[in-house]
Write a protein that binds this ligand. Structure first.
Ligand SMILES: *Cc1c(COP(=O)(O)O)cnc(C)c1O
Length: 587
């Protein structure tokens, strides 16, 4: 028998006081707040949602992004235009009275914070502080420092990183928060170490810093890297560092080995000042250790927040059969016994909801019986959105054999990413050329959280075609798995760990050229995906169940946050007896 409610508790054990302070340039906090651009922000939001569910004593810092990440419009030719999305912080957040100041490029900049209370399922709150420089007394330029996520040039970026890292630490102090651990989610927040170092010196000049001071900072810092290629790491010139940070700080960072190839490297800075660092998938750990061989880099594979990404119909099915999934995602393992008919029914409802959304956005009526593939992600050239069009004739043949094929695309290109924008046009052009009654290809505008949830839940197969090893992890395939939707993907990032051939989806085999990998994609569709889809719904439902059991039970932030607690935040507490509430319950 299932009890109807559980006493709020966490079976993790935390120190009796003190917090983890989580720093991230972007956080997907609420669907109505355009404070994120893609995977990094969604991961940060899912991390905090799970921390709130698990009762982890945590707070978070990010920038307000008052003008919002852009809304995407596409014309009939697939040409992207962008519109800023200003939002009103007071609609979601409470302004904190505290003010702190920062020295940026010899200017004194005042910073405030807006608090958003993220509440977990048992009522535990993780406060998120959104830093804001739009204050009287700041210059016009400075008032705009917290306006645009990934906007402007590298001067703007470095100044934003000062607000995030150094401003966050100072706001935490002003609010009298007791922080045990500072967690830098990607290198954007690395300058928090500088604020801690300056705090360690009690305001004295940085040239007085000793190894013991550095060690005191290191003891409190942990760092997660998300970037698998050198060019992806945030870097600034010596001239920029001297001008914006100042000569004293720049000299200290040089002395501490935070420069590489003459550039201030934010990953290196974060690594130098952290006692623990991790990558976000096993393969990414390997790549990261090769890039930074002088550091020990552990791996904690990413996850997604299950209740955020499991569709409503699938949630109902899970609640009926495995209600414990909500408090502990390991119970997804028992999806292996879900009634096959019910799984198909839940998926059919999620698919209907998706196709209704497509209809209301585009006026197109798609067929719920037809095999539907999904491909949606931030448009970057390495993700190869056009790989599926390598041989359009073969795609048409596959659609004919399958009795129809529907492919749904979505994704924004960064406003300054011209090759990315050209890719969207290319997809739209190719789609127009090959589309027919049997093969329907649709590019949906304005990919964001809500559309992402509908797509990953409602398609039949999730496709991902990154060029190895550029995908650090990827998380959209995990969202699909949460809904029993198998992936057909390149073996990169998380999929190396998640792919069990024919059980959780299929691997696109490695080739030397894009062309060879496209051939493998077609072959898998022809020999595995289409035959199984056509052969029997029951067998397809078995695949959905094994996808849930294998991958939803593991690739979730419930597991991931526990790993951060045990390996990164409080490793020494492993040996302590885990505290479980006395209250008895039957499962
Ligand atoms: C999940 C998600 C992403 C990240 O997915 P990837 O697989 O890493 O590309 C990006 N954007 C949105 C809106 C998402 O929901």
């Amino acid at each position: 028998m299932q009890p109807t409610s559980f006493k709020p508790y966490s079976y993790e054990s935390f120190p009796s006081s003190g917090l983890v302070a989580y720093f991230s340039m972007e956080i997907a906090i609420h669907p109505g707040m355009p404070t994120y651009s893609g995977g990094l922000g969604v991961l940060a939001g899912d991390t905090l949602r799970s921390a709130a569910d698990l009762g982890v004593p945590m707070v978070a810092f990010t920038l307000l992004h008052r003008k919002g990440y852009f809304q995407q419009h596409l014309d009939a030719a697939g040409v992207q235009t962008e519109q800023i999305q200003p939002w009103n912080p007071a609609d979601f957040c409470t302004e904190e009275p505290a003010r702190i100041t920062l020295l940026i490029e010899d200017r004194v900049v005042t910073v405030r914070a807006w608090r958003y209370d993220l509440e977990g399922r048992f009522g535990h709150v993780v406060p998120i502080y959104l830093l804001d420089t739009d204050l009287d007394g700041n210059s016009g330029w400075d008032r705009g420092l917290t306006d645009h996520l990934y906007g402007g040039d590298t001067n703007y970026r470095l100044q934003q990183e000062i607000v995030l890292g150094m401003g966050g630490v100072r706001i935490a102090n002003a609010l009298d928060l007791k922080v045990n651990v500072y967690h830098m989610n990607e290198g954007h927040a690395a300058l928090l170490t500088l604020a801690l170092l300056e705090g360690q010196l009690g305001g004295g000049p940085l040239r007085m810093v000793t190894e013991a001071d550095v060690e005191q900072v290191r003891k409190r810092c942990v760092f997660t890297t998300h970037t698998p290629v050198p060019a992806g790491h945030d870097r600034f010139s010596t001239e920029q560092a001297m001008r914006i940070l100042g000569a004293d700080r720049t000299a200290r960072l040089q002395q501490q080995g935070c420069f590489r190839d003459g550039l201030l490297n934010m990953t290196l800075l974060a690594l130098r000042f952290s006692r623990y660092a991790n990558a976000v998938a096993m393969q990414h750990g390997k790549v990261s250790r090769e890039m930074f061989p002088e550091f020990a880099i552990d791996t904690i594979t990413n996850g997604v927040h299950a209740p955020t990404w499991v569709s409503e119909p699938m949630q109902q099915l899970l609640d009926d059969h495995i209600p414990a999934w909500r408090r502990d995602n390991l119970y997804f393992r028992n999806a292996i016994d879900l009634p096959v008919g019910k799984v198909l029914e839940a998926h059919a409802r999620a698919k209907e909801e998706l196709l209704a959304e497509v209809g209301s956005r585009t006026g197109l009526v798609l067929n719920p019986k037809v095999l539907t593939l999904g491909f949606a992600r931030r448009v970057a050239t390495y993700k190869r959105a056009t790989l599926m069009f390598t041989d359009p004739r073969r795609l048409v043949e596959i659609a004919e054999t399958a009795g129809g094929l529907q492919i749904l695309y979505a994704g924004k290109a960064h406003p300054q990413d011209e090759p990315g924008k050209a890719l969207i046009q290319h997809v739209v052009e190719e789609a127009a050329k090959v589309s027919s009654e049997l093969l329907r290809i649709v590019y949906l505008e304005d990919y964001a959280w809500g559309l992402g949830a509908k797509l990953t839940a409602g398609v039949d197969v999730w496709v991902n075609t990154p060029k190895r090893p550029y995908e650090a992890s990827g998380t959209s395939g995990m969202k699909a798995a949460m809904n029993g939707v198998p992936s057909l993907s390149i073996l990169d990032g998380w999929w190396i760990e998640g792919c069990v051939e024919g059980v959780t989806g299929w691997a696109i085999e490695d080739g030397v050229t894009d062309e060879e990998e496209a051939q493998s994609l077609y072959r898998k569709l022809e020999t595995a995906v289409v035959p199984l889809y056509r052969e029997s719904p029951e067998k397809w439902a078995h695949l959905m169940r094994t996808t849930l059991a294998f991958n939803a039970s593991y690739f979730n932030t419930n597991r991931m946050v526990k790993q951060y607690n045990r390996n990164a935040y409080y490793p020494e507490r492993l040996v302590e007896k885990v505290k479980v509430e006395e209250e008895a319950y039957a499962v």
